[in-house]
Design a protein around this ligand. Sequence first.
Ligand code: NAI
Ligand SMILES: Cc1ncc(C(=O)O)c(C(=O)O)c1O
Length: 309
Amino acid sequence: MIRRIAVIGLGTMGPGMAARLARGGLQVVAYDVAPAAIERARSMLSVAETVLDSLDIAPPPAGVGTVRFTDDIADAVSGADLVIENVPENISVKADVYRTIDGLIASDTIVASDTSGIPITKLQEHISHPERMVGMHWSNPPHIIPMIEVIAGEKTAPQTVATIRDLIRSIGLLPVVVKKDVPGFVENRVLYALLREAVDLVERGVIDPEDLDTCVSWGIGYKIAVIGPMALLDMAGLDIYKSVSSFLNADLSNRDDVAPMVLEKTEASKFGIKSGEGMFSYTPEQAKALQSERARKLVAVRRILEGRE
Ligand SMILES: NC(=O)C1=CN([C@@H]2O[C@H](COP(=O)(O)OP(=O)(O)OC[C@H]3O[C@@H](n4cnc5c(N)ncnc54)[C@H](O)[C@@H]3O)[C@@H](O)[C@H]2O)C=CC1
Ligand SMILES: Cc1ncc(C(=O)O)c(C(=O)O)c1O
């Protein structure tokens, strides 16, 4: 039974995840190596709590469902039933965390990684109880998006997958068990196929970035929220898909490296809203407004999709 959870890494993903787990009645202890990240996470936590209120996700009874911050990793993981690792997408940084916590956790503590796509089999090499390690891939923003992928590595015990799947379900979220430990799992394989083509189209001057976003959001995005790709194929007709894919697939981007436009921007520290510039430019006020607007619209759409409006 999972009651106490340690969230390690409080950047983009950690705070919203901590808020959502606590709202599900779990005792969360949140840790980051950087004191500034802990401070930022405190304010992100209260923003996430307001959003959870607007989703009508009822608070748990008094005394359970708390988030406590700590700057001591031993304190964070001590007594944890589950540790969720949320540190940068880099095997050696993640492996360092696993080595550090290895001697601090019980042999039956589950260690989950929120990796965006590093195979769990590779991460398991760095922990002494690989049967207790599992992928638990949340989607950003984690306090609003209900779907979480659950991925077993070669050495993950089936019981570990079942425990995490049941935990996700028990707090009203939507687990999807991925059957093979492929890089990127499923969500990011699909997302990155789309992003590769989108970046390529902008890079080749086929379309301006603003128009690309309008085309994808109001064309594909709007309907894909209501009907998934498999059912969409049936709606369009597999005969149409066969005809179009017979000439189009060969023309789609198949680049296997990072696009030059993305390399140029990241080399100039243009990372997006976190640095004030990426594909577009943002003042701090615009970045904040964009995040609130995204939360407000996601809440509104979710209420409708769940038939609550
Ligand atoms: N950003 C996104 O949209 C999503 C990211 N992910 C994955 O989640 C993980 C975390 O991603 P983000 O939150 O975006 O990263 P981030 O870079 O925003 O935050 C990472 C945090 O980890 C902390 N950190 C670094 N080393 C640490 C250590 N040894 N111990 C404790 N804390 C440490 C950093 O100080 C930072 O606050 C990555 O594996 C990423 O691929 C998963 C879903 C979505
Ligand atoms: C660009 C990008 N990369 C990875 C992820 C992820 O799911 O890991 C996301 C996301 O939205 O969650 C993302 O946008």
